[in-house]
Design a protein around this ligand. Structure first.
Ligand code: DX5
Ligand code: ZN
Length: 227
C-alpha cells in the first residue's frame, strides 16, 4: 500500500470548511480526517453528524472520522449515515470492542481502533484480525498543534507487527504532531495513513503544505522499498 495523507480539519477555519477541503484536495489529500470530540472523553468539543453530512457534500475523497467520545456505540449509525467511509473508536471507552468493530463493519464502513499514548498495544490483541485499520495517537487527544510523542514511533512498529502476526494487512494510521520534519521516520516505522492538522492548516498555504507532506511521506516509502 502507498501512503495516504489525511488532513485534519480540526485546525482549519470552521467558517470556511469547504474552501479548506478544496485546498487540501488540490494538494493531493487522500482522505479528510474529521475529529469528533464530546467534552467528556476529551476536554474539548467539536462537531457532530450534521457537519459531517455537509462536508460529505463537498469532499471528493473519503471521510476518515475519528470519534473521541465517551459512548461511540450510540452514534456510529449517525456518522455512517452522514457519509463516513471510515470510523475509528477508542479502545479506552469500549468494554465490548469486538461488538463495536463488527457493528461499524455491518454499516459498510471501515472499522478502525485507536490507542491513546498510555494504552498498550496488547489491548488490540483479540481484535487484531478483525479491524480494518489501527490508529496510534501520537499526542493525547483533544487539541491540534501538540508535539509528537517520540515513543509513538516504536509503537507504530509494534502495532504493525501485531497486525502482521494476525495476518491483517490493514494500515496503521498515525495522528498527532506529524509534520514534514518527522513524517519520514513515521512512514519508515510502518505508518501508511498520515493525519496532519496544524502542519497543513497552520501553514500559510494549505494546498502547498499538503503537497510537501505527501512528497516527504512518499519519498520515505520509496527509500524504505529500495533498502
Ligand atoms: C487530536 C486529534 C488530531 C490532531 C491532529 O486530538 O485527533 O487529529 O489534532 O492535529 P495536529 O496534526 O495538529 O496534531
Ligand atoms: Zn484525529
Amino acid at each position: 500500500m502507498s501512503v495516504l495523507i489525511a488532513p485534519s480539519i480540526l485546525s482549519a477555519d470552521f467558517a470556511a470548511l469547504g474552501d479548506a477541503i478544496a485546498a487540501v484536495q488540490r494538494g493531493g489529500a487522500d482522505l479528510i480526517h474529521v475529529d469528533v470530540m464530546d467534552g467528556h472523553f476529551v476536554p474539548n468539543i467539536t462537531i457532530g453528524p450534521p457537519v459531517v453530512k455537509s462536508i460529505k457534500r463537498v469532499a471528493t475523497v473519503p471521510l476518515d472520522v475519528h470519534l473521541m467520545i465517551q459512548e461511540p456505540d450510540r452514534f456510529i449509525d449517525a456518522f455512517a449515515e452522514a457519509g463516513a467511509a471510515m470510523i475509528a473508536v477508542h479502545v479506552e471507552v469500549l468494554p465490548h470492542l469486538h461488538r463495536t468493530v463488527h457493528a461499524i463493519k455491518a454499516l459498510g464502513v471501515k472499522a478502525g481502533v485507536v490507542l491513546n499514548p498510555s494504552t498498550p498495544v496488547a489491548a488490540l490483541q483479540e481484535v487484531a484480525a478483525e479491524v480494518d485499520y489501527v490508529m496510534v495517537m501520537s499526542v493525547n487527544p483533544g487539541f491540534g498543534g501538540q508535539t509528537f510523542i517520540p515513543r509513538s514511533e516504536s509503537k507504530v512498529r509494534e502495532v504493525r507487527a501485531l497486525l502482521d502476526a494476525a495476518g491483517n494487512r490493514g494500515p496503521v494510521e498515525i495522528d498527532g504532531g506529524v509534520d514534514k520534519t518527522n513524517v519520514a521516520r513515521i512512514v519508515t516505522a510502518g505508518a501508511r495513513i498520515i493525519v496532519a492538522g496544524n502542519a497543513i492548516f497552520g501553514a500559510a498555504d494549505a494546498e502547498q503544505a499538503t503537497r510537501e507532506l505527501k512528497a516527504a511521506a512518499l519519498g520515505a516509502l520509496a527509500s524504505a522499498a529500495a533498502r
